[in-house]
Design a protein. Structure first.
Length: 263
């Protein structure tokens, strides 16, 4: 069983991690450029088209385009997941025009030299409400807190506990049906990573590469899955949500962030 667990977690070699770091830098640069184009009047499908162009110009491949996860019966039709306001994740780009006050989640994955990295950021469109600014701030702080507890021998659940300690006192809730994941040889690998405290006794090991992505709701934690498009997840109460994600490698010194944070 010990061998099987390690296999499922897909420990990466130092050489593989260096390739992921190279791909992660490219991903971060692209997502930063895309986020600068999130302005009133832009169509989400235009942001998606631009993301694909930037990825392919660099000789890489979009990780999400035509990807079919276990939870859907059809492949994802776009390069970039764009989730607006009460859409938590997996929003599909369309001719929708963004307006001032919107809160926009951008989630992007890149395949570089056959290895994957994953990253997300929430971007305000023009001036947003103070409550939305606070939601974004707390979500970023929660991600930072999770990174701070990463070390060899720590429990996987320590990250979720650290996130919980930031989010709940602020009066927000954590999406529980969705979470982080392993990443590298595939865009989604074991293990599933809850962003709240659990009883998991799995320990972090050198060479693990993980995507940590707290999804934090302004209201309740309940969510609704869009059965029509097969992907979009919304808050059940219609209140806004924020989402930030990085890819990291577990090292002897702690978390090595492979997708540099630009926000």
């Amino acid at each position: 069983m010990r061998f099987l667990r390690k296999f499922l977690m897909k420990i990466k070699t130092p050489e593989e991690i260096e390739i992921m770091k190279e791909g992660g830098q490219r991903l971060s640069d692209i997502l930063r450029i895309i986020s600068e184009r999130v302005v009133p009047g832009v169509a989400t499908e235009d942001l998606d088209k631009f993301a694909r162009e930037l990825i392919e110009q660099g000789g890489d491949k979009p990780a999400f385009l035509h990807y079919k996860p276990d939870f859907s019966t059809k492949p994802f039709p776009a390069t970039l997941c764009i989730s607006v306001n009460d859409e938590i994740v997996h929003g599909i780009p369309s001719n929708r025009l963004l307006v001032a006050g919107d809160l926009v989640g951008l989630d992007l994955g890149v395949e570089h030299k056959s290895l994957f990295t994953d990253m997300a950021v929430t971007v305000p469109v023009g001036n947003v409400s103070e409550s939305d600014k606070n939601l974004m701030r707390v979500t970023k702080e929660a991600l930072t807190a999770a990174l701070a507890v990463v070390r060899v021998g720590a429990y996987l659940s320590d990250m979720g506990e650290a996130i919980e300690k930031i989010v709940h006192p602020a009066g927000f809730s954590i999406v529980e049906e969705l979470g982080g994941h392993g990443v590298g040889h595939k865009i989604h690998e074991e293990p599933f990573i809850a962003h709240f405290k659990t009883n998991s006794k799995d320990k972090l090991e050198v060479g693990q590469t993980l995507a940590i992505e707290p999804m934090i709701n302004a209201g309740g934690k309940e969510v609704v899955f869009n059965k029509k498009d097969g992907y979009t997840v919304r808050t059940a109460d219609g209140k806004n949500s924020a989402h930030y994600e990085i890819t990291l490698a577990v090292t002897e010194k702690g978390a090595d962030v492979l997708t540099p944070i630009f926000w």
